[in-house]
Structure formats: C-alpha cells, structure tokens
Ligand binder design. Structure first.
Ligand SMILES: CN[C@@H]1CN(c2cccc(OC)c2)S(=O)(=O)c2sc(S(N)(=O)=O)cc21
Ligand SMILES: [Zn+2]
Length: 260
C-alpha cells in the first residue's frame, strides 16, 4: 500500500513516487526569511477559543504522537489573522530530531529548532467533514509552534508523562481534560503562507500560521518523545521515533506575510 515513513527508502525524498503532489507549487514546510516577509497591517491577531475544548485520546500513529479532540461543534476554534471563518481544532502532534539534533519542519533563515508542534484545525463552515476539508485548498489551518530547549516547560509533563502508554505504533489511550492553550508562548505574532500537509497525502489544503516565539522545553522532556518507536509491538525490530520531519520545500513564488 501507500506505506511511507522517514527512513532512507520510504522517506521524504521518495514520497513523490506515491504522492506526485510532493513536487507541487504550494508544499510545506518552507524556510522562512523574516526580512522578505511582507508585513501586512490588515493581518489581525490570532484568536483562540479553546476554553471548552475536549481532548479525547493520545495515540502513536507510526509517524508521530497525536492528541485528538472532539470536533462535532465549535467548542474549540481558532479565528482571526488570515482566516475568514473559525476553524475547529481536530488534533495536535509534534515533529522532532534525534538526541542533540534539531527536528523542526519550518526553518527560519536556515535555522531549525529542536522540535515543532502542529495544532490542526478545519473549516467546518465550508466543509461537512474533516476529510473533505483536508483535501481542499484552505480547508485546514495549522498553527505551528517551535520548541527550543532550555528550562523545563511547566505543563508539557502532562504530555510526556503519557508517552510511555503509546510507545508502539497503533497504541491509543484515553487523554481527557487537556487544553493545549497551556503550551502556547506568550506572544502569538506569526508568519502566514499558503501550503500543504507536511506528510502524505501532502494535500495543498493548509493555511499555515507559524508563531514567531518558541515554547521552551527541557532536553529531558524532549528526550521522552524519543522513547516512542515507529514500529508496532508485534514487530521484532524497534525503530526509535525521531527525525520525523520533512525538510523545507521550494517557495515557488509564494509570499509569506508577517503579523506585527
Ligand atoms: C499523518 N499525518 C496527518 C494526516 N492527516 C490526515 C488524516 C486523515 C485524512 C487526511 O486527508 C484526507 C489527512 S491530518 O490532516 O490530520 C495531518 S496535518 C499534518 S501537518 N504535519 O501538516 O500538520 C499531518 C497530518
Ligand atoms: Zn505536523
């Protein structure tokens, strides 16, 4: 089937075999050049209404660790900024590197961060299902937050303490009452551009909102993500889950805008 991964034979350089859109005109991630981003005074602030958000579970999907949310109504939405409608929170997940290596997807002037958090939202005003939104231009809005190593993050332990329960691909455990607002940095100034999913099916359906200020986490907290494995419990070889990031793709004439 369409098995893909981050290894030598099934990694990002091989994805265009099964997903030709990989060579498309609005692929993600990208390298962000702040001085070439167009400051747009019409870009208002990002508004998050996560107060009634309902997390459901935490899972290892063989590519990352994902926390899923109840999205049957507008209980947790993002709006404002470049968005014309409210977008519903569906899931969040992370991308990270190996020990001592960086693993963010977006880079800033060629510099990558240790890791990157993606909060995936969909336009339930224009689309009936998440799947429809995820495969149509601008059906998704993904909020990207960089992770930088430093002091321990006071709330990230709620995620890292649960990682041992989803070590293997296909594992899912209850994960209720978690509000990702506690992960956000103090400032939500951002860059925004039109792009794609950074994993297969690589749909060119994403309005990217990349927050400028990173969240700070400790090396110890980040190391716990590397206790996960890409492989299932039944498989004999254990492949540590790390370096699950796609490198930057060509801008192909796109404009990156900057909030103030
Ligand atoms: C495995 N990776 C996720 C695939 N997804 C998915 C799931 C179901 C259907 C579908 O298309 C119809 C797409 S997703 O939309 O939840 C996203 S967003 C995203 S990222 N790194 O660009 O933020 C990765 C994935
Ligand atoms: Zn992602």
């Amino acid at each position: 089937g369409n098995q893909w991964g981050y290894g030598k034979d099934d990694g990002p350089s091989a994805w265009n075999k099964n997903y030709p859109i990989a060579d498309g005109d609005r692929q993600s991630p990208i390298d962000i050049l702040p001085h070439q981003a167009r400051h747009d005074p019409n870009l208002g602030p990002i508004v998050l209404n996560y107060d009634r958000c309902t997390s459901i579970n935490i899972a290892n999907n063989g590519h990352s660790v994902v926390v899923e949310f109840e999205d049957s109504d507008d209980r947790s939405v993002i709006q404002g900024g470049p968005l014309d409608n409210p977008y519903r929170l569906k899931q969040f997940h992370f991308h990270w590197g190996g020990k001592g290596c960086h693993g963010s997807e977006h880079t800033v002037e060629g510099n990558s961060y240790a890791s990157e958090l993606h909060l995936v939202h969909w336009n339930a005003v224009k689309f009936k299902t998440f799947g429809d939104a995820a495969s149509t231009p601008d059906g998704l809005a993904v909020l990207g937050i960089f992770l930088e190593t430093g002091d321990e993050h006071r709330w990230l332990h709620m995620i890292t303490d649960a990682l041992y329960t989803v070590k293997f691909k296909g594992s899912v455990t209850d994960f209720k009452g978690f509000n990702p607002k506690c992960l956000l940095p103090s400032s939500l100034h951002y860059w925004t551009y039109l792009g794609s999913l950074t994993t297969p099916p690589l749909h060119e359906s994403v309005i990217w909102i990349v927050v400028k200020e990173p969240m700070i986490v400790s090396e110890k907290q980040l190391g716990k993500f590397r206790t996960l494995v890409f492989t299932g419990e039944e498989e004999d070889e254990r492949t540590r889950m790390e370096n699950n990031f796609r490198p930057p793709q060509l801008l192909k004439g796109r404009t990156v805008r900057s909030s103030n």
